[in-house]
Write a protein that binds this ligand. Structure first.
Ligand code: TSB
Ligand code: ZN
Length: 584
């Protein structure tokens, strides 16, 4: 006797509910669309889906009809019945269902497992709930295209996604979370707050930074550049292209070619857009003789690079094809690696602290020993570099997970992972130990013994690319940047036209104090202006009328609705300057 549903662990119950709902949805679609072909329909995180071949594309109205039909089946409370048949019987049952026939042909044993409820039968291993009435709270969410068997040469099917939770309140909470995430979506806020845009004529993954987005980016760049300057980095500039030969020497051509833009022919020379900045920095290191006394040499650059990311994965700012990395390459002796590593980790901590980033995890990205052609071939090098990073992390007493197959081709990485509002994880900071490129470029330093030695390179990015970090910060702050990063820090709102002149003086004083301000002299009502400023997430609204004008004051409101009342202008300027300096 199988265990009753309510006695199963919660995750098994929900798994069965999601799986059963997929069957109930397939039944509804087959009834509403005679001749429909159904493929596969598994439970997934948060719900389920089923793939169909239909005579026309589904509309939102169709989802309503499917939903209604499903609820009727659920109300009828049919039992789920398991039965086994041989292949011949299964072929007969699914004679007009080519995807099912293909699945049947692919199964090695002759015994076919079926699950039925009401009039509906599916080829399925189960398990299911006992009765259709037990499937929990669901909502049909969306339709997307999906290739049969995930193969782009096979037919494109329509995939209907459903969300399903055991309890109505869990479904509601999930929907609320998705709604919140959507509000914070950086693509949407990027448009609404005029931070960045894209254009078809420029292409996918090639964002245009609008003046306000560019202001935030410049502030980020200045912030991190200053931190680096204090930490002993030297900043350089290098071109975005180079001869293909450079990348043949570095190994990028062998191991990273698929991520690079194709070659450009130029007066008998083959040029490429750089996918990484390391070779350029290495050639700066190699441009003169180096002594052990000069090390570590830390070369940093807001390095712009280009990667041929697949068109399906680029979107918004978090994954792009043209990107500027807060990059540096530290050239040091093997003995200096650990200290330099921990300096970088400290720098990351400081930067995150200021940016308000509190939730992150460490991932040690190792090579996949089963897939060696992806990596620099020197086994001894990997066996030295990987434990070195692991030890450095252990010594710093930082918790980390290990990810096989995530290393760079030239060495292992310590990656710092952040999650976006939808819970998706991406790498931001990275610290990489490289014994490979120093060999490829045959770089050296003169040791204390007067002989030539090979330096180690630490590649590191502290705040990732400006694009990826901007995407994160927009979502993290829901567009309401802290004062020091806000593109417009204050907006001055005159109550009537006769206050415009004084408003202009307020603007002049704020600008003279280095603050970014705008004047809202539109003929709108004050309440409308305040609302618009709040929608634009401007931190301070400074309202000026007769009384303020007389007292050399401004009435201060904050974007969250707080009303600080009338304050002398000089006091407001001091307060804002202070808030900018402390980066709160
Ligand atoms: C750190 N050579 C090293 C560098 O010296 C390097 O390029 N490492 S990397 O390949 O891991 O890239 C550095 C960081 O850039 C990644 O950790 C990630 O945060 C960011 N990044 C990578 N690809 C993209 C992309 N397509 N769009 C936006 N950011 C990206
Ligand atoms: Zn590098």
């Amino acid at each position: 006797m199988p265990q009753p549903l309510h006695e199963l662990p919660q995750e098994d119950r929900v798994y069965r509910m999601r799986h059963s709902a997929a069957h109930i949805m397939a039944e509804a679609v087959l009834e509403l669309f005679p001749g429909a072909k159904f493929a596969i329909g598994p439970p997934i995180e948060h719900g389920f889906y089923y793939d169909f071949e239909l005579s026309r594309p589904l509309t939102p109205e169709d989802l309503g009809a499917i939903d209604e039909r499903m609820r009727a089946t659920i109300a009828a409370d049919h039992p789920f019945v398991h039965r086994e048949v041989d292949k011949e019987e299964a072929r007969r049952l699914f004679a007009d269902q080519p995807f099912k026939l293909e699945l049947i042909d692919g199964i090695e044993v002759d015994q076919m497992s079926l699950y039925e409820h009401g009039e509906f039968t599916d080829l399925c291993e189960g398990p299911h709930v006992e009765r259709t009435g037990q499937v929990g709270a669901f909502k049909l969410a969306s339709v997307a295209g999906a290739y049969w068997r995930g193969d782009e040469h096979k037919p494109m099917l329509q995939r209907i996604y459903g969300l399903l939770f055991e309890k109505k309140k869990e479904l509601k909470a999930h929907l609320a979370m998705m709604e919140e995430a959507e509000k914070r979506d950086h693509r949407r806020l990027g448009r609404e707050l005029e931070l960045f845009t894209t254009h078809e004529l420029i292409g996918a993954g090639l964002p245009l930074w609008l003046p306000k987005g560019a202001t935030v980016r410049r502030l980020l760049e200045e912030f991190i550049t200053e931190l680096e300057r204090q930490a002993g980095y030297s900043h350089v500039y290098t071109p975005h292209i180079a001869k293909k030969d450079l990348y043949e020497l570095s190994g990028h051509w062998d191991h990273f070619k698929d991520d690079m833009f194709p070659v450009m022919e130029l007066e008998h020379e083959e040029m490429v857009l750089r996918p990484m900045n390391c070779p350029h920095h290495i050639l700066i290191y190699a441009s003169k003789l180096r002594s052990y006394r000069d090390l570590p040499i830390r070369l940093a650059e807001m390095g712009t690079m280009y990667r041929n990311e697949r068109s399906g994965v680029v979107g918004g700012l978090s994954r792009v094809r043209a990107m500027t990395l807060n990059d540096a390459h530290i050239f040091c002796t093997p003995e200096q690696v650990k200290a330099e590593f921990s300096n970088v980790m400290r720098l990351v901590e400081e930067a995150y602290d200021t940016l308000g980033i509190t939730e992150y995890s460490y991932q040690l990205s190792l090579r996949d020993p089963a897939n060696t052609e992806k990596y620099a071939p020197d086994d001894a090098m990997w066996e030295m570099a990987e434990p070195m990073l692991r030890e450095a992390m252990t010594e710093l007493d930082l918790p980390f997970t290990e990810a096989i197959g995530e290393a760079a081709f030239y060495g292992p990485k310590l990656d710092i992972q952040l999650r976006d509002t939808m819970g998706r994880e991406e790498t931001f900071s990275t610290v990489q130990i490289d014994f490979h490129l120093p060999n490829q470029f045959d770089i050296s330093y003169i040791g204390e013994d007067g002989a030539e030695h090979r330096p180690v390179i630490i590649h590191r990015g502290v705040i990732s690319t400006m694009e990826r970090m901007m995407a994160y910060l927009i979502e993290h702050y829901a567009g309401a940047f802290p004062l020091w990063l806000a593109p417009v820090q204050a907006i001055v709102i005159p109550i009537a036209d006769r206050h415009i002149e004084y408003a202009q003086k307020v603007i002049d004083d704020l600008q003279a104090a280095g603050l970014r301000v705008e004047l809202d002299d539109r003929g709108e009502r004050m309440q409308a202006k305040i609302r618009d400023a709040q929608l634009q997430k401007i931190p301070y609204m400074l309202i000026v009328g007769d009384r303020e004008q007389e007292a050399d004051a401004v009435a201060v409101r904050q974007r969250d609705g707080a009303n600080l009342g009338a304050l002398p202008l000089f006091q407001v300027i001091d307060r804002l300057k202070d808030e900018v300096t402390t980066k709160c």
